[in-house]
Design a protein around this ligand. Structure first.
Ligand SMILES: Nc1ncnc2c1ncn2[C@@H]1O[C@H](COP(=O)(O)OP(=O)(O)OP(=O)(O)O)[C@@H](O)[C@H]1O
Length: 289
């Protein structure tokens, strides 16, 4: 396991200025309502370059909504949001595409094209940078294919490059999704419950890989998780969300397990979450009902 870096929780205060590194993600008083549901409630948060921030909270606490704001998939009802120093919510067309090309996104269900080979799936990560339709491996430039193979090597799947992606295990498929995100040469990696569908061993492997790649590439990571133990092991900083509000924002080393569980609210809620917090799949959110 790589050692966790010691970082300061930056809370509501921007880390830009005062000689500090510019923030890559800044939210100031961001709220988001869906009808009468307040998904985010006055969230202020700054993420410094290279930080690995984990969002923890019960189902429905606003983790995915926050991540979706960072790539302009949601627009705040109020508040200010900047990613890579750009006002995401105001961006349209080419500017929005440019921002998104610098932000890799990894999802719980991997979102691979099942019938395509592993290598072709990885290559689709470069589609934002190239023009014209791509049908088949040989329609990608050789240099791109080599880069894709290098990323597959990095995630330990070079030998599987020409296999259909749906022949891989869940953990391997998530590693393909990570390699695909790396094809974007992103500055930020967002991961929405990237290990929720995986067994505990595969979960730990995927989180270790994310941590290692982030460390090597200087990537900033914002990742939602349900597993307290993984958050404590792999995050630099843990941001606790409850009912759309930030209830705690501190370096991971400052949390005890009991302290992290407090993010979930009442002892009753934390107890009900027991196995979920340790390793199990997501709970049912209001949207699923
Ligand atoms: N597009 C939408 N329309 C209506 N309500 C939504 C929408 N997106 C999110 N919500 C609601 O906003 C709240 C926060 O949802 P969100 O998905 O961000 O939570 P979460 O913490 O990511 O949950 P989970 O851990 O289950 O993924 C929930 O009450 C959810 O039902």
């Amino acid at each position: 396991m790589l050692p966790r870096r010691q970082t300061q929780a930056t809370g509501a205060t921007s880390s830009a200025g005062a000689g500090g590194p510019a923030a890559v993600v800044e939210l100031a008083g961001v709220s988001k309502s869906f009808g009468s549901t307040r998904a985010l409630d006055d969230v202020s948060l700054t993420v410094a370059p290279g930080e690995i921030v984990v969002l923890l909270g019960l189902s429905g606490s606003g983790k995915s909504t926050l991540l979706r704001h960072l790539v302009g998939l949601e627009t705040p009802t109020s508040g200010v949001l900047r990613v890579l120093d750009r006002p995401v919510a105001a961006l349209r067309g080419k500017e929005l595409r440019e921002l998104r090309s610098q932000v890799g996104f990894v999802f719980q269900q991997f979102e691979l094209v099942r019938s395509l080979s592993v290598l072709e799936n990885v290559l689709t990560g470069a589609l934002a940078r190239i023009t014209g339709p791509r049908l088949g491996l040989l329609t990608y430039r050789r240099a791109l294919r080599l880069t894709a193979l290098q990323h597959l090597d990095r995630v330990g799947l070079l030998a599987q490059a020409y296999q259909r992606s749906d022949t891989l295990s869940g953990g391997q498929q998530q590693r393909v999704a990570i390699a695909r995100a790396l094809m974007q040469d992103p500055k930020i990696l967002l991961a929405d419950e990237p290990v929720a569908s995986l067994d505990p061993d595969s979960s730990a492997q995927v989180m270790a890989l994310i941590r290692q790649i982030a460390s090597e590439a200087g990537l900033t990571v914002v990742c939602s998780l349900h597993q307290v133990d993984l958050a404590l092991s792999w995050a630099d900083r843990i941001v606790g969300l409850r009912d759309g509000r930030v209830v705690r924002d501190a370096p991971a080393v400052d949390y005890t397990k009991a302290g992290a569980m407090e993010i979930y609210g009442t002892p009753h809620a934390a107890a009900a979450l027991g196995p979920l917090a340790a390793a199990a799949p997501r709970a049912v959110s209001a949207r699923d009902r």
